[in-house]
Each structure stands twice: as structure tokens, then as C-alpha cells.
Ligand binder design. Sequence first.
Ligand SMILES: [Zn+2]
Length: 127
Amino acid sequence: MVDILALIEEDIHLQRETAHELSGPCPECGGRDRFRVWPEKGRWWCRGCKKNGDAIQYLREFHGMGYREACQELGIEPQEKREKSPKPEWTPKPAGSPSLFWQEKAREVLTRSEEALWSPAGERART
Ligand SMILES: [Zn+2]
């Protein structure tokens, strides 16, 4: 695995928070300890700008590299496009009845509409 700690420590000073986590200022948005690094997981995350990722993403975000360039810098073989896993086919769920409250309200609307239709006000609609 890439030594993400050595990579990031070239840019910023990190201090140890716990046995598994280090912190420091974010290369992008500053601060004091908002930038977190988990060397064993090979991951980083900023609490401020919410950027996060691995060593490749670090180089892309803060060193303006492209994916292939970052891979080359880190001595990683670039992964070609992964096969997309096929989407599971959509299946309709059986429809249930609307709630009793909804049914009651619908019944009220229907009754009012029917009354209006057969009242003198509904004559134009009837014709
Ligand atoms: Zn940040």
C-alpha cells in the first residue's frame, strides 16, 4: 500500500490524535486539526471542505494531477474502467389501499363534486 502519511506530510504537519488517526490543517481550507488521516486505511478527510479520499485522490485534489498521473507518481498501476454491475431489474410492488384517512377525504371530495354537478351551479357542466 502507498505510504499516505509520508505523502501528506510532505505538504502539512500532522499531529497524532489517536493510535489510528492524525490531524492537521487542510491543504485547501486551512484550520488547525480539521484534516484527518487514517494511515492504516490509506484514507483522509477534511471536516471543513468535506473533501476526502485516498492517496490518488489527494494528489488529484491538492496537486492538480490527473488520475493516471497520480497513479504514476505513486507507482500504482491505473485501474481500467471497472465492469459495471448490472442493475437489478425493476419489479413493481403490489399496490395497497390508501389509508383510511385518505379514503375518507377522497369520499368527501367525491360527494361535494357530485352535489355541485347536480345543483343549479353545475348546469353548464352537465350540458
Ligand atoms: Zn478542507
